[in-house]
Design a protein around this ligand. Sequence first.
Ligand code: ADP
Ligand code: GN1
Ligand code: MG
Length: 359
Amino acid sequence: MFENILPLYGLNSDNTTVNLFGDGLINHTWKVTAPKQSYILQKVNTDVFKEPSNIDKNLCLLKDFLNKKDPKYLFVSPINAISGASLLKTPDGYFRMTPFVEGSISLNALTKREEAYEAAKQFGKFSALLADFNAEELNITIPDFHNLNLRYEQFKTACANANPKRMEQVKEYVEFINEHKSIVDTYLDLVANEEVPLRVIHHDTKINNVLFDAHNKGICVIDLDTVMPGYFISDVGDMMRTYLCAASEEENDLSKISIRKDFFKAIYEGYMEEMADVLTDTEKQYFSYAGKFIIYMQAIRFLADYLQNDIYYGAKYEGHNFNRAKNQITLLKEYLKMEEGLTTPPSSSKEPRNQPHAQ
Ligand code: ADP
Ligand code: GN1
Ligand code: MG
């Protein structure tokens, strides 16, 4: 396959090595090491992204905008092949190539509070730079991607149609999801609130979608397939989901799942340093809701996938998505406990109601 793709970019397969790379769950990703430079080659997952050209068009629009707005900003977008196209449709599928960000590392879990601050600042900067880009110009790359109400309905359908053995196993977790349906109701309130606008949102701010340098400084955000109109809670929520706990979503030892409050504060500081002047006061009041919103949704998504025989995320072993769902439900329980301890500053304060205060 690569001997057909590489020449389309002017690369010679004889002096170029190609290795599977990273821990993304959706696309196929390879590091391509050519004599002069390295690249990331990706095959777009068309089960998830039905129309890859929608992503490509979005990235072109954003690239043009950001080039004018802040030419020094590192926006990692696909390069052009010899044909001039930044997305290639080939008999093996859709491919694109980006420059490999030299000296970068990506992490699946964080050990230092500063890393949470850095990552949150990177995602905050991305949204802040795009605050005056008209989000409606962007294509929807996955319809209803973070529509929690729809996810909940799909989850109920997955339960209704599940294989009985798997359904029996997950019973207690389904009950937990149903008992916490108020998280869905709050989402519906938020969507109906005019003070919570649609913005350009990354929609996948998990920790391995930001690149760090060797000194734990954030370099840039990556994985831009789901950049589309959305609500800020999507981005803040996935930071909470993946930065607050020392263990990743792959951890099966549930006793390792706990929340680091100081990391919550670090996310707040990093994100708000960039976004404080952009968000409305009403949005700020949903800051801590963002964490429950995304953790709850991710639990539903993993559990529904388990009930649907792992068609979306795939499974490296039997019960993989069930384990991931248990991990996320445990994380949600810990998050809810932590949230109870957050203090509410006076309404005259510039800070949102749920801004964490050291205690
Ligand atoms: P997926 O949609 O499957 O998550 P990503 O675009 O996130 O795919 O890429 C998977 C992984 O590849 C990332 O988590 C990161 O480790 C690495 N990666 C992607 N793009 C680059 C890049 N331009 N430079 C360096 N590493 C990258
Ligand atoms: C997927 O592509 P990746 O691995 O960064 C998923 C996210 C989930 C995440 C869970 C398009 O992210 O929504 O939160 O897995 N992306 C898509 O790890 O579904
Ligand atoms: Mg990714």
